[in-house]
Design a protein around this ligand. Sequence first.
Ligand code: 9MR
Length: 363
Amino acid sequence: MYPTRRSVLGGGLALLGAPRLAMSQDEASLARIARLSGLFYGAAVTSSQLMAGDFTTALKHEAEYIVPEWEMKWGALERERDRRQYGTAQKFVDFANANRMSVRGHTLVWHRNIPAWAITALKNKEYGLMQRHVRSTVSNFGSIQDWDVVNEAIEPTHGRSDNLRTSPFLDALGPGYIGEAFRAARFAAPGARLVYNDYGFEYELETHRTRRRALIRLLERLKATSVPVDAVGLQAHLVTRDIKFDPVAYTSFLGKIADLGLKIIITELDIQDTNLPADIPERDGILADHIARYLDAALSEPAVIGVMTWGLSDRYTWLNSDPSAKRPDGLPSRPLPLDVDMKRKPMWDAIANAMRNAPERSA
Ligand code: 9MR
């Protein structure tokens, strides 16, 4: 079943005469294709999926990076105060080591999944708490060289002039909490790539335009105050509902991030199909086309160094349990490169082709 001859040869790779892709159909994988362009490819998974038979086989074949969907969030690591439990999260590191993969750490400071006791402690102005969490987590996973340090700190609708989201961290520590989090991470892992990660930048919607401006301003502020941020993670949870993607506007946005000396990672790529026809070939074609347009634009910016999908197979996706992504006909969604049986979909080809056609990165 995996990989299938039809899906590899029929799906576009047969046309690849270029020496950059001189690999057999069995060898072809998103990670290998990515690497040939100097990019990396990986996927988000949960700990139980690391031992899920055919899925695990597909994961090892396709990806060179994994990122835990939940298991490294604060609420998972320290549900009870001062009783930090690293066992489940460690499984990702062990799996990666055993399979010559890398782990992205996700995520140190986020307004969601904060343990209840920590919300109370932050309200009580325990100033060192966030920094301690960052330092302990990063030091514990010394082999992780890539961390989402602050996640989703922008929310212009919250009405602040700095466009920051009101959150337990902001309330307790003020806007400087972002810089403090990065400094704590740099202290604990001087060589790691430290990432600011966020969503909602892709489309020609007023909200997305505002968010793009807000992100650039935030990054400018961080750079101006020597905050050690190395890269920006753009989640890229795409949607197909009646909205416009403008490659020119998007690449200009990416260019502004690159001009600040920052790398860019597409960190959580997937796509909602709530409004699309039930017919699978038709639906998959539209989704693949949308992904292709997005990635062709994104990967034209040399500062983009890698692509992670939020899941690998339609069998396991947060979109099947998210109410906003439910299809009116109740059919399961198809947001990822492999179907529920681990067969490659047109989206796999779209991602592979976009990475193959990307200008070669030097590092
Ligand atoms: O996919 C993740 C889901 O399984 C978790 O329940 C949820 C809350 O921890 O987080 C989901 O992942 C989110 C990611 O951490 C940050 N960006 C948005 C993702 C989808 O909600």
